[in-house]
Design a protein around this ligand. Structure first.
Ligand SMILES: NC(=O)c1ccc[n+]([C@@H]2O[C@H](COP(=O)([O-])OP(=O)(O)OC[C@H]3O[C@@H](n4cnc5c(N)ncnc54)[C@H](O)[C@@H]3O)[C@@H](O)[C@H]2O)c1
Length: 281
């Protein structure tokens, strides 16, 4: 159901690669709610992804940008303002990549060049977007910026690797810039800490199928889907959340506050019994 929550609002959406992407779902929902936006991603992702399809569906302009490249970002902001004939109201940062994860380098055997890339793409890019947008005075008062995070910023989760450090930094950037943007322009900056979700980036996480089942069993409300994440983003871009800023907002069905659930305990005990029976054979 649409509520016209974003009627008249303009924005930039980073990170839609294909129909599974969280940013793709956000773009679809934001469009339904009346927003207009520019879609952006790397030139390479455009060749491999399906962004043009989304642009056609949502009547959006695509401007390519590598989120680590300041010149690209400056161009993105300038072109976006020219396209809309004025400032924007919201930005979604839905960008992440770790070569250490991709190349199976575990946390105690990191390649440090890859680590720098992980931090640059997955965290520092957020700072660059915010700094460049601020210098261009690109975001309207009471605007809203959201980046996507994960609970590995607070808790140790096997297999999440150097992305955990990137997410911790991302959340810190939201707080540090949240103060500056809030103080000067009444603009809010938040991160959403989303459940594990089956997307291209999500599939790279070690043991993602088991993780999805585990977090689903642990969460009283079950895993939050990409569509549900899009709903949450829409509320944060809307005028209904104008005093929410500098927060890391868990959107995970309750997982982050759980220790053990009945459903997870049942599964664990069953596996334990199977293990014991197998060891007796
Ligand atoms: N999928 C999950 O389980 C999960 C859970 C919590 C948070 N998140 C976060 O959600 C965000 C979106 O990921 P997703 O799951 O939708 O996967 P996805 O693979 O669909 O999106 C990741 C996007 O990052 C883009 N990207 C990579 N390098 C870039 C660069 N240099 N410049 C610009 N864009 C670049 C990719 O092209 C892609 O569109 C990420 O920040 C991810 O960490 C995902």
């Amino acid at each position: 159901m649409a509520y016209n929550l974003l009627k008249g609002k303009k924005g930039i959406i980073f990170g839609a690669l294909n129909e599974m992407s969280i940013a793709w779902k956000v773009a679809e929902r934001a469009h339904e709610e009346g927003a207009e936006f520019v879609l952006t991603n790397t030139p390479v992702s455009l060749r491999f992804g399906e962004l043009q399809k989304l642009a056609d569906k949502t009547n959006s302009l695509i401007i390519t940008a590598d989120a680590t490249n300041e010149k690209d970002l400056e161009n993105l902001i300038t072109e976006t303002i020219a396209h809309f004939g004025g400032k924007i109201d919201f930005i979604l940062h839905s960008v992440a990549m770790s070569l250490n994860v991709r190349k199976d380098r575990l946390y105690d055997n990191l390649n440090y060049d890859y680590l720098k890339k992980t931090l640059d793409i997955s965290a520092i890019s957020f700072h660059k977007v915010l700094q460049i947008a601020r210098k261009a005075d690109a975001i309207r008062e009471w605007g809203s910026v959201v980046a996507l995070s994960y609970v590995a910023a607070q808790r140790s989760l096997y297999g999440y690797n150097d992305m955990a450090d990137a997410k911790a930094m991302l959340e810190s950037i939201a707080r540090s810039f949240g103060y500056i943007y809030g103080r000067d322009k009444k603009i809010r900056i938040n991160t959403i800490s989303q459940s594990p979700t089956l997307t291209t980036a999500g599939s790279g996480v070690k043991g993602i199928d088991g993780l999805l089942d585990f977090t689903n069993r642990m969460s009283p409300l079950g895993n939050a889907t990409a569509d549900e994440c899009a709903d949450y983003c829409v509320t944060l871009f809307s005028d209904l959340t104008r005093k929410v800023t500098m927060q890391n907002l868990f959107h995970d069905g309750g997982f982050s506050n759980m220790g053990m659930s009945r459903r997870a305990m049942t599964m664990y005990n069953k596996s334990l019994k199977d293990c014991q029976e197998n060891s007796e054979e």
